[in-house]
Structures are given as C-alpha cells and as structure tokens.
Write a protein that binds this ligand. Sequence first.
Ligand SMILES: CCC/C=C/C(=O)SCCNC(=O)CCNC(=O)[C@H](O)C(C)(C)COP(=O)([O-])OP(=O)([O-])OC[C@H]1O[C@@H](n2cnc3c(N)ncnc32)[C@H](O)[C@@H]1OP(=O)([O-])[O-]
Ligand SMILES: Cc1cc2nc3c(=O)[nH]c(=O)nc-3n(C[C@H](O)[C@H](O)[C@H](O)COP(=O)(O)OP(=O)(O)OC[C@H]3O[C@@H](n4cnc5c(N)ncnc54)[C@H](O)[C@@H]3O)c2cc1C
Length: 662
Amino acid sequence: MAGQVNPDLAKERENASFNTQKLTNLLYGGAEKVRRRRYIESLAFSDPAYSGDEDPVFMSREELYSSQLKRALTTVQRVKELNITEEDLSTYRNAALSGGMPGLALTWIAFIPTILQQGTEEQKQKWLKPAQDLSIVGAYAQTEMGHGTFVRGLETTATYDPSTQEFVIHSPTLTSTKWWPGGLGKTSNYATVMAQLYTQGKCYGPHNFMVQIRSLEDHTPCPGVTLGDIGPKMEGNANDNGFARFDHVRIPRENMLMKFARVEPDGTYVQPASSKLAYSNMVYLRGTFVMSAAQALASASTIAVRYSCVRRQSEMKPGEPEPQILDYQTQQYKLFPQLAAAYAFWFAARFMTQQHASITGSMEKGDMSGLAELHALSAGLKSYTTAVMSAGIDVCRMSCGGHGYSHASGLPALFSTGTSLCTAEGENTVMMLQTARYLVKCFVQSQSGKTLSGTVAYLSAVQPSPVSGERNMSDLGTQVTAFQHRAARMVRHAALQMQTEMQKGKSREDAWNSCSVLLIKAAQAHVHSFVVRNFAETVQTVEVEESVRAVLTSLCQLYSLHGITEHAGDFLMDGYLTGRDIDAASSLLSAVLAQLRPDAVALVDAFDLHDKMLHSVLGRYDGRVYEHLYQWAQKSPLNKTEVHESYYKYLQPFLKSNRAKL
Ligand SMILES: CCC/C=C/C(=O)SCCNC(=O)CCNC(=O)[C@H](O)C(C)(C)COP(=O)([O-])OP(=O)([O-])OC[C@H]1O[C@@H](n2cnc3c(N)ncnc32)[C@H](O)[C@@H]1OP(=O)([O-])[O-]
Ligand SMILES: Cc1cc2nc3c(=O)[nH]c(=O)nc-3n(C[C@H](O)[C@H](O)[C@H](O)COP(=O)(O)OP(=O)(O)OC[C@H]3O[C@@H](n4cnc5c(N)ncnc54)[C@H](O)[C@@H]3O)c2cc1C
C-alpha cells in the first residue's frame, strides 16, 4: 500500500509561510546539528537488529522487558562499533529504544549522573567507566514504600562502624523497603542507595551510598539483600521498577559518595557547604524533565495536527465537501495552545540547561549563592511544564476522536508515559511548594529593601498598584508585564495572607498549610510568567529569517493570550487589566488562531520527529492514516486465527447448550 503523501497534508506543506527547515535548525541549534541528529537516528532506524519486533502494545510484560533489554544491550555494542560520541549518545539511544525505556537505561539516566554529581574524583575514576561500559548496571534507590516526597523521613540506615571502616546498610521496617527505583527489580547489580547516615551515635540525614546488590557472577542477590519487581504500572512496563531490602549489609567506607560530605576513617563527619548538596542529582534530573515535557507535547501536537488535516468530518456549509477538522475554530483552540506550549517549553528547557551549567560552575568554585534559585527554578519548571504537558496530551488525544483512544494513535502511551513525570523526581505539588517557599522568602527580602535579581527580579520592580489606560494587548512587552504583575500580586497576596494567619496566632507551619493553595497558585503564576518572558525574549532576539520570527511571534502571542483569557480572573482581580483588555485579548486570540492555521503542519513538521519516534498511525508524515490503521489492526494477537481458541473452550459449548434448550 505504499504511495504518495495524503494530498491534504501535501497542500498544507506547500502553503506554509516560512521555511520549515530554518525553524528546525533554530530548535536544534543549527543546520549541522540537525544533519548530525538525523544521521545518528538513521543509523538506529536502518539497523535490522532493532527491527522485526512486534509493536510493544501487543506484547506481554515479560516480552516487553526482554525485548527492550536486548535492544539496550545492542545499543551498547553498536555505540562502540559505530564510534558514537558522547554528544550523540542520547540521540542514538532514544532512537533505538523509542518503543519503551528499559530498566537498564536508569544506569544512564540516574546512576551515572549521581556518580557524576555526588562522587569524588577518585570515586568517579572507580565507577564511571564500568557504568559507562555496562560492566556494572545501576539503579538510583532513594524512594521507599513509606516515603518518596519526604527525603528527610527515609528510614534506611547507613551506620558507620569505625572498627572495620564499613557502613552497615539496613532496612529496619517494612516501610523502609526501597520501592520504585527503575531497573532495580531484575536488571541492576549496583545501586546508589539513599540512607540516613549515622556515625559516632549521631544521625546526619540522608546521604548516598554505592551498594553492590547482585553477584557479578550469577546475578543472584548479594547476601542480606532481597530484591524484586514491583509489578506492572500504568506505562513504562519495559522497566523493572523494583524493591530492595537490606539486612545489615556491609560496604566499605569509600562507598559513601563523598564529593560534598565526608566521614573520616575514625567516624568524624565533615559537613558539606550546604546540606542540600546531597540533593544535587535531583536538581539536575528535574531540569532535564523540562525538555522531556517539551518533546512529549511536541509529539502529541504533531500527531493531532497532522491527523486533523487528514480527517474530514461533518458539514460546515450545506452542500460543500466535509472540511478538514482543523478548520473548526474549536479544534484550533484545543491544539494550537499545546503546540505553542511545546515551543515555549523547548526554549525554557534551553534556558534551564544554561542556568544549570552556569550555577553549578560557580558552585564548583565554592560560590553557593545560586543554589536556592537553581532549586526553585528547576522544581517550579519541572512541575509546571510536566503538568501542562500531561493535560495537553490528553487534549490532543480527545481532539482525535475515537481513533485517538486507540493505541494506534500513539497517544495513550504518550500520555501514560508523560504523566509519570508529574510524580517522578519530585511530586508536582510538592515541587511547586518549594518554589513558593523561595518566592515568599524573596518577597520578604524585597519588602525590607533588598533588590532582587535573576528570575525573581521583577518581584521588586513591578508595582502592585493598578495601571490605567489603553493597552495594545497584542504587544509581547505588554503581555509579559501583565504576567509579571499577576505573579507579583499573587505572591504578595499569598505572603501577606500567611502573615495575617500568623498574626492571628497560627504557627508558621500552620499558616503555611492554610495558605498552601494560594501559594501553589502564586508559584504557578511565577513560572508561567517566566515561560512567557523567556519565549518573548527568544522570539525577539534570536537570529533567524523574518518569516520564521513572524510565525514564532504569532505562536508566542497565542501562548500569552491563551494564558490571559484562561486565567482572566487573576488579571482582573486588582483591576490591572480591564474587562475591555480581556475582550481585546479574546478577539486577538481568535485572530491568531486563524493566522496560525495555514502554518500548523509546518510548525509541527519543524519538530522533525521521525515516524519511528512517534509510533503513531494518525501522526504519520505521509498522512496515509486509513490504510495503515487497517494494517495495524491486523496485527492484533486476537486476529492471529480466524476463530479464537476461546470460542472452542467457552462460547461454542455455551451456545450449543443454549440452543439445545430451545
Ligand atoms: C526517569 C524517571 C526517574 C525517576 C527518578 C526518581 O523519581 S528519583 C526520586 C526523586 N525523589 C524526589 O524528588 C524527592 C522529592 N523530595 C525532596 O526533594 C525533598 O524532600 C524536599 C525538597 C521536598 C524537601 O526537602 P527538605 O525537607 O530537606 O527541605 P525543606 O522543605 O525543609 O527546606 C529546607 C531548605 O532546603 C532547601 N532545599 C530543598 N531541596 C533543595 C535542593 N534540592 N537544592 C537546594 N535547596 C534545597 C529549601 O528551599 C529550604 O531552603 P530555606 O527556605 O530554608 O532557605
Ligand atoms: C514512573 C516512576 C519512576 C520512578 N523512579 C524512581 C527511581 O528511579 N528512583 C527512586 O528512588 N524513586 C523513583 N520513583 C519514585 C518517585 O520519586 C516518588 O513516587 C515521588 O517522589 C513521589 O513521592 P511519593 O510517592 O512519596 O508521593 P507522596 O508524597 O506520598 O504523594 C501523595 C500526595 O501527597 C501530597 N503531599 C505529600 N507531601 C506533601 C506536602 N509536603 N505538601 C503538600 N502535599 C503533599 C502530594 O502532593 C500527593 O498529592 C519513581 C516513581 C514513578 C512513578
């Protein structure tokens, strides 16, 4: 059934107002990087070692686990054979493993970064190479059955014994069982274990320890270690998220990851510059989730926008052909904000990466002043972008009608994988409250005359009093200021409300809890305002052709106007924006939807997501949806035989006996 591109989709591409390739180059950092990425992906896509497996949605859990493990090991071999460089590693792996992340991948995603973030130079020398070569396989074992969020509440203990210079790792209760770590169940033979450090009779809080958990000979659990898989999950079932219990397991003193805190041979504890440096790997991983959110939303928008140009339904005008469903304004209102958010998050992720590099660079030199801002920004952005992404993918799914609900669309898997990012690496509400905590602190400092800097500078610069007069609601500067005003007002309101509660006699903790809904909303408004500002600044300053800047400007306007109209109450509350401003924003939003309509397909094409990454019949680049939908359904295991064995086992005897009774 090979053939031409669907004519509707071909026409969309011809009519775009800008050169798609130029926008792709901007997203990936230049033409050479795009060429390189495509080449690296093609190495995986054309490799017979990765083809031939069934579609993962038709596999059992065990088949999925084995098949993705096999693929992951093939990637290790190929990386060597093909001389894939460090820079191209994640592109290659993502392409080869796009059918589902295996547990083994946690070695790359969490185990190695933890050694890098928390290990001394000596420890890096000892463990990095074996982990990179996969002569050891590692998990990041922090969460326990009883505690994930509250790291200070973890129950696993690491007690130092100076007589042997060892730590004793122990799980004292059922709830202290490590529960959830990816790759821990069946794959890993090592884990970095977060445990309460006890030395000289005193507890110094959670620290990371390198623990061997399985024999390197036969993969059986080490003495005193009990291990297993925690069972199937909503998605991600190629990953053996696992459990672990430790019964007085002894490890050498040198296995404590000691970049920041140390325990001397005699048991003396040496403080780190900040106790929160033990969390540095989490800060790093949260930062990476921002790009994951952007990419997941980019994938969902690509699928839904392409399908909406192929799909024709109903009658707009009597007697005329059925329109493409993307011509319905309501469909544009569902999809274009998701598309715009994907772009906004892509640029925010870039900022996050730069901030992380710059602040950690300063921290390496002993300057800890950026740590609080880095934590607040990464926690807030992780929470905000993954929440919008998760909700946005579901909007995309519903926008595809019935076919969106089928696994053929790729959207159910995209949603259930994407939504896990709202919980993993810090539950979203908890993360947003961390950002709120920072904002309240900054607000109090600005009240006492301190000039704020970085992403919170606007909190001291924006005046909370209403501004009157006509506004040009399509102006990006006007929109950014409105978002900053909204955030500053909400932060101020939440902080003052807390003060009021405390003046009424509540403790700080009770006041915090009774204001936490306000605090969350204020922190969300802050992150939203940051994303809008960063998007606007990128669009205005980036070096790019004017036609590309024009379409990005429309997208940025759409992102802001959508935010303003969806949260109109927040902007109206103190009269900063008027009803007329909101009406104007609404009309402009409708105009921008229409303006973006002819460019929608080119905008999703610019994400440059290969069909082999999308795994979607609806989102195929060639738009040949119906014939492939039909082909895909033929692969359902229920179609392997014309008459299913259950007919002979159950239905036939039942029907026979029923007929006999007639
Ligand atoms: C692919 C998927 C893989 C998934 C893997 C996983 O899920 S792995 C598992 C992932 N698991 C998780 O992500 C667990 C999520 N939980 C946590 O990260 C922590 O338990 C917590 C942050 C919620 C609270 O921590 P706490 O009770 O220790 O702290 P507190 O609230 O009492 O605040 C005290 C001070 O510390 C500050 N501060 C806090 N964190 C940081 C930081 N990272 N940096 C810098 N600073 C930080 C905070 O701002 C405050 O400053 P202030 O105002 O005093 O100047
Ligand atoms: C797919 C997946 C992969 C994972 N991989 C790993 C891994 O590799 N390694 C690892 O160690 N862990 C891993 N985890 C565990 C994960 O990090 C935790 O589940 C996560 O941090 C949330 O913690 P929790 O489960 O304790 O949630 P809880 O904290 O129990 O959350 C339940 C509810 O309580 C609320 N809540 C909790 N505390 C507060 C508070 N202070 N204020 C207000 N509300 C609060 C939350 O908002 C939420 O609504 C993984 C989890 C998932 C889903």
